[in-house]
Design a protein around this ligand. Structure first.
Ligand SMILES: Cc1cc2nc3c(=O)[nH]c(=O)nc-3n(C[C@H](O)[C@H](O)[C@H](O)COP(=O)(O)OP(=O)(O)OC[C@H]3O[C@@H](n4cnc5c(N)ncnc54)[C@H](O)[C@@H]3O)c2cc1C
Length: 450
């Protein structure tokens, strides 16, 4: 009898893990159990009248793992890079949109810093003290570049990626590359400059955000669903997990399924519930990974109704500027096929760990807050011709200080349970590429041991 692998959670992690496992070990029996009526989790998009709005991630940097997945799914011909216009990013500061430095040398010319702050940033290789142990993103940037740079950039940048607080989130867990640059080059600035020079001479141009033509990021999960076929069972919210003499058993809605191996690819708080009676230690460690609520809005406008050139990727908003949303993406400037001719699509992200009350507002109040902020920042007074709202309660895991140690201990505790693995964006990186990597690693581990 072929061995049976059950994957709980059919988001990008669960679906990719199933795909990688099937590729490596086609003889294994696979079942993906997904709570929602449609598998794919946060990777999806809505389309309407020529608009395409991504529900969460709008792309990924073209790393080999995700490109390999896309190509293996037959999506090579649909890959599209962000328009060169999107290289420019903005910050909303003191009542206006200011261009963000796009390379380390631009730190020295940006109007976003005072001359003394620029000088301190330039002296990073000489002045920054060494530190032992884990630091928050804010503490790391302040130590290396000075408080001015940390205030100006660390907060909004972290909000833009995780909807979280730069003072609470771990640099080591979120941006291990920055720690590695410090270690290897003695300076983040010098390390970044060298890496940039190497990347330029190797590829000619820096890597650009990548997505898919004709449907945005949903093409990835759509194709995964197609390829996996009926091994994906939807409407299956797993509520119990137990160990058996030969492996594991999961239960949902009156059904039960035996598994020789199990990948938990649902969010960490779900994995924590399921593990409670199997491994109390891992369960309590995973339960302590907090999540932030976020809401995504797609707003479609007639081009003439937006009195801004939208010549960039979009803008981030530091706290304390009188604007509530976290950031606005110029989606149809990034990927022009995401709005019909003569129209533009803006994607607004609101909520996050510093604004936990946003999700509790009525839909009308949320939209009113978003439209007010678009009026203030971009001068948009017209009604949008189309609005899509995608709430993500507990949407983004927050890698607070101690995260890596918690994950290491949880995995060590689970090491006593053969064939029981974790995957998803709660552990080793919050983005699409990290998720694909986590799925590949879990699949590889099972492929080698089952
Ligand atoms: C607003 C937003 C913007 C983002 N932007 C970017 C970006 O620009 N770039 C980037 O790289 N990343 C971005 N991300 C992150 C990216 O979307 C995630 O890394 C990725 O989608 C995580 O996939 P996952 O499979 O780990 O989790 P999920 O997509 O959350 O999948 C988990 C699945 O488990 C299912 N599930 C839950 N409980 C159960 C249960 N009991 N039984 C069965 N199934 C269950 C859920 O329904 C879900 O389908 C963004 C995320 C958000 C929320």
């Amino acid at each position: 009898m072929n061995r049976h692998v059950v994957i709980v959670g059919g988001g990008l992690a669960g679906l990719s893990a199933a795909f990688f496992l099937r590729r490596a070990r086609p003889e294994l029996r696979l079942t993906v159990l997904e709570k929602a009526p449609l598998a794919g989790g946060k990777i999806g998009s809505s389309t309407h009248g020529g608009y395409t709005v991504d529900w969460a991630a709008n792309g990924f940097l073209p790393v080999p793992e995700t490109l390999d997945l896309a190509r293996a799914l037959g999506l090579a011909g649909e890959l599209q890079e962000a328009s060169p216009v999107a290289a420019k990013r903005f910050l909303y500061r003191e009542g206006g949109l200011r261009a963000l430095p796009s390379s380390p040398p631009e730190l020295l010319t940006t109007p976003l810093l005072l001359p003394s702050q620029k000088l301190r940033a330039a002296l990073e290789p000489l002045l920054a003290r060494r530190a032992d142990g884990e630091e928050s993103v804010y503490a790391f940037v302040a130590r290396r570049f000075g408080r001015g740079v940390a205030e100006a950039f660390a907060g909004p940048f972290v909000l833009g990626i995780t909807a979280g607080d730069a003072g609470a989130l771990s640099l080591d867990a979120l941006f291990p590359r920055l720690r590695a640059l410090e270690r290897e080059h003695g300076s983040v600035l010098l390390g970044l400059l060298r890496a940039q020079r190497r990347a330029k001479s190797a590829a000619g141009t820096p890597e650009r955000l990548t997505s898919f033509r004709g449907g945005g990021m949903s093409r990835l999960t759509e194709r995964l669903r197609q390829q996996l076929g009926d091994c994906v069972r939807t409407g299956a919210e797993v509520t119990a997990l137990r160990r058996t003499a030969t492996g594991y058993e999961v239960a949902w809605g009156g059904e039960r399924l035996a598994a020789d191996a199990l990948i938990l690819a649902a969010p960490a708080f779900v994995a924590a519930e399921l593990l409670q009676s199997v491994c109390a230690e891992a369960s309590s460690l995973l339960r302590s990974i907090p999540y932030a609520d976020v809401t995504v809005f797609g707003l479609g406008y007639h081009r003439v109704d937006v009195p801004n050139p939208l010549d960039g990727f979009g803008f981030l908003v530091p706290r304390g500027e009188g604007v509530r949303v976290l950031g606005v993406l110029y989606s149809s400037s990034i990927f022009p096929d995401q709005a019909p001719a003569g129209r533009v699509l803006l994607r607004v992200i609101a909520g996050g760990s510093l604004d936990p009350d946003f999700g509790g507002l009525s839909e009308a109040a949320q939209l009113e807050a978003v439209r007010r902020d678009l009026r203030v920042t971009l001068g948009v007074v017209a009604e949008p011709e189309w609005v899509e709202r995608v709430p993500w309660p507990k949407g983004i895991p927050q890698y607070t200080l101690g995260h890596q140690e918690r994950v290491r201990r949880a995995r060590a505790a689970l090491g006593r349970f053969p064939g029981l693995l974790l995957a998803g964006n709660a552990y080793d990186g919050v983005g699409v590429n990290d998720t694909v990597r986590s799925a590949r690693d879990a699949a590889q581990a099972l492929a080698e041991t089952l």
